[in-house]
Design a protein around this ligand. Structure first.
Ligand SMILES: Cc1ncc(C[n+]2csc(CCOP(=O)(O)OP(=O)(O)O)c2C)c(N)n1
Length: 361
């Protein structure tokens, strides 16, 4: 499905009819996500944060999906979807604090950067093992269904995750029990260095859903209005008791897998260049400029606003103390068992004396 044509005009048969203010809000959120990404990549290169996993080129798939879900719907993220969390109003300072693992980090420095959560924003905790969030999401959907709530959940995952056992178990369960869940598969072309064509023998990932009797839509994931429409159709289906939907969002990971990756060793510049021309921000910008709702001046102003915002958050994050060491021992047990009490005391007592280390085998 494609709504925004290459020339910036809309397909009248598929146009979801958002107001121009709504469309501009989507564009601004996508630009903001990119500016934040860019700053975090630089901070990592400067040695100021340890790691970042960004969404360069996938902003339409992420922000468009989040915008089409209702506030009461849940999001089960993979690890690339902070744009969805920010769309829901999550404070940028809290996210940047998380990236530093400082005292303001809700995860208390215990997780990798980009592995945050927010109960308030109905955004589940990122789980690093690929695919594990998919059955979690089906569980959340089943809980809503059993309670008779008009809520659904959108679960993000990459093309690589469709080869995981959890994907199969979750799809099967959702198909059988008609769970109100939207499977949001970001097909960005790669699972780290492995191209999608070598990931699976099927031609499209969408066709996998037929085996579970889950309706599928294959969407231009760089077209935010097509993403919005496909996801909102899925929300409506879930709300009417129609159960799950599978949406394959065709996009491209324009950056490395994460700051630990160098994609130049496994793909060509020509390939990346071709996708750069299909940049989701450029397409949407062309559309809103045609509708006289955007200009070079507004673009420069908005980029400057976003940049100043993220720089201020970085300054604040760097002035905060680190998360305390004792936090490692918190939030697991209501009452701490004896062995953790002992380990905590030893840990907080500082490093062991050197002769002790040499004496041990
Ligand atoms: C079970 C498991 N195996 C391997 C890894 C290492 N790993 C981290 S990300 C990744 C690639 C995932 O690719 P995909 O699902 O396509 O998502 P993308 O990163 O492209 O968004 C792998 C293999 C992991 N985290 N968990």
């Amino acid at each position: 499905m494609q709504v925004i044509r290459d020339d910036g005009s809309l397909d009248p048969n598929l146009d979801p009819g958002l107001s121009i203010d709504q469309v501009v809000a989507l564009y601004k959120a996508m630009v903001r996500t990119r500016v934040i990404d860019d700053r975090l990549n630089r901070l990592q290169r400067q040695g100021r944060i340890a790691f970042h996993v960004g969404s360069l080129g996938e902003e339409a798939a992420i922000v468009g999906s989040a915008a089409a879900l209702r506030d009461r719907d849940w999001i089960a993220p993979c690890y690339r979807e902070v744009g969805a969390l920010l769309w829901r109003g999550y404070p940028l300072q809290r996210y940047v604090d998380h990236m530093y693992g400082n005292a303001g980090d809700p995860v208390r420095g215990r997780q990798m950067p980009d592995h945050t959560f927010s109960r308030e924003h109905r955004y589940l905790s990122v789980s690093a093992p690929i695919g594990t969030q998919i059955p979690h999401a089906v569980g959340v959907a089943m809980a809503a269904k059993k309670r008779g709530l008009d809520e659904c959940i959108g679960v993000f995952f990459g093309d690589g995750a469709t080869s995981s056992n959890d994907f199969h178990a979750a799809m099967n369960f959702a198909g059988v029990y008609r769970a109100p869940v939207l499977f949001l598969c970001r097909n960005n072309g790669y699972a780290i260095s492995l191209p999608t064509s070598e990931q699976t023998a099927v031609r499209t990932l969408a066709e996998k859903s037929a085996a579970y009797r889950i309706p599928a839509t294959r969407v231009d994931g760089n077209d935010v209005l097509a993403v919005w429409k496909a996801v909102r159709d899925g929300v409506d289906r879930a709300a009417e008791g129609g159960g799950p939907s599978f949406i394959e969002l065709m996009t491209y990971r324009m950056g490395g897998h994460s700051t630990s990756d160098d994609p130049r060793v496994y793909r060509t510049e020509e390939e990346v260049d071709a996708w750069r021309r299909a940049d989701p921000l450029l397409r949407l910008r062309k559309h809103i400029e045609q509708r006289a709702a955007w200009s070079a001046e507004l673009e420069a102003d908005w980029q400057a606003v976003c940049d100043a915002e993220v720089r201020a958050c970085v300054r604040q994050a760097e002035s905060m103390p680190a998360s305390e060491l004792r936090e490692v021992f918190r939030d697991v047990y209501a009452e701490q068992p004896w062995h953790l009490r002992e380990q905590e005391a030893e840990c907080l007592g500082g490093p062991r004396a050197r002769d002790h280390e040499e004496g041990s085998s």
